[in-house]
Design a protein around this ligand. Sequence first.
Ligand code: SF4
Ligand code: FES
Length: 238
Amino acid sequence: MVELTIDNQRVRVKKGTTILEAADKFNITIPTLCHHENLTPLGSCRLCTVEVIVNGISKLTTACTFPVEQGIEVRTTSQKALEARRLAAELLLAKCPTSAKIKSLAQEIGVAKPRIKVREEDCILCELCVRTCREIVGRQALKFINRGLNQRVEPRIDFSPDMCIGCGSCAYVCPTGAIKMEDKDGTRVVYARNWEKEFKLKKCKVCGNYWAPEEQLEYIRGKLNLPPDFFDVCPNCR
Ligand code: SF4
Ligand code: FES
């Protein structure tokens, strides 16, 4: 176990726990955007920034990526932490000013309008889509490219159509709506600003409803070694 202080409260948590998890255990709320409890933390949005005092030295860190250490002091609402969060919120809002999720998070943090130039993009490069596709679905249809400070080319999310099975997890998890999914007349389209892929949906032999992309069902069937006709019937009619 590790003992630390969070907002003047002495707490004990398991070694390896992040500051975010430790705070959550004691009902201390820290805002997050790029964090998901089932995914490897990335620390890209910086909305969870907190102040940490380690050996008497104060520094800012992202709560979702920082594992607690014996004797540290965490300040989740110090002026330094709140200012850093406001700046992070401003940058995100300047990038995606129309995203409802970002607008509401920024408002909670006290930012109504960014002071910097608005860029009107739709992707904040949080990689939730990339991590979900890789870590939960087990595919790599989306990849982050050009990450790094010295890159001359803008970082972006790259799409590999051959790897995409149309499950739509990326659209579900995307906080800004940069990835979308539509089902219509037996077809599903998953798309973003610069890519799209269309999928044929499987028709249930009993009720006649279209219920999931054939490519996705074939992927699951292969993984679980299920009989060829296993998905002929939808879960509701099974
Ligand atoms: S497409 Fe959405 S989920 Fe993926 S990195 Fe951009 S904002 Fe995040
Ligand atoms: S939630 Fe921690 S950096 Fe985004």
